[in-house]
Write a protein of this length. Structure first.
Length: 200
């Protein structure tokens, strides 16, 4: 396979990108001057170098060369440590933060689990979530499962709920201010606020 088609394949692996869009990306880059391509490549490498994964919530954050292991949210003493919101991806975290409706902590699962999947532990950070809850001094009293209202999201919520400790922990899900099939990444702030207020 030549390099042009290999690049198309790489773009097609991006979330939400199909073969036709991948092809358009490749031809868009081919029409750019060399300086723009170099800037693009350098920026991707710089983002990779300067970004770290939080060892508490597992979201990516700009470390900018520092040796910090926790992101600004996890290290913020004003956050409500009794609340832990579980989301699938970093983009979901960003949508909820933008709404300004939530002041607790987060955990990023890293994805969702399709129905009938035989190895869910390979798709989500379920063991890491349980380890975090088991840590000494982890005072979470409520887990808010904030997953997409899609079959995969609801299947993942059920898997997580079944694995969580049964004693001393309240498990809630976002209220149905979210329409069925909604993806958190694209939901507006008011809808997120209502879903949080009406969680059950």
């Amino acid at each position: 396979m030549d390099s042009l088609h290999r690049l198309e394949e790489i773009f097609a692996r991006f979330p939400g990108i199909g073969p036709r869009q991948a092809k358009r990306f490749v031809y868009h880059l081919l029409n750019k001057p060399d300086a723009s391509i170099k800037e693009f490549v350098d920026l991707v490498q710089e983002v990779k170098r300067s970004t770290a994964e939080c060892d508490r919530c597992h979201r990516f954050f700009a470390a900018n060369g520092s040796k910090k292991t926790a992101c600004s949210v996890c290290s913020d003493p004003s956050r409500d440590t009794s609340l832990l919101m579980v989301v699938a991806r970093d983009s979901d975290f960003e949508s909820i933060e933008r709404s300004g409706a939530y002041k607790g902590l987060y955990f990023i699962l890293g994805g969702t689990v399709p129905i009938l999947d035989k190895e869910p532990e390979k798709r989500i950070r379920l063991k890491a979530l349980l380890a975090r809850l088991a840590e000494d001094g982890s005072p979470a009293r409520e887990i808010i499962l904030s997953l997409n209202t899609t079959p995969e999201g609801e299947n993942t919520a059920e898997l997580v709920k079944a694995a969580l400790p049964k004693e001393g922990l309240r498990v809630t899900v976002l209220g149905r201010g979210l329409s069925t099939g909604a993806e958190l990444e694209y939901v507006d702030g008011d809808t997120i606020r209502n879903a949080l207020l009406n969680r059950h």
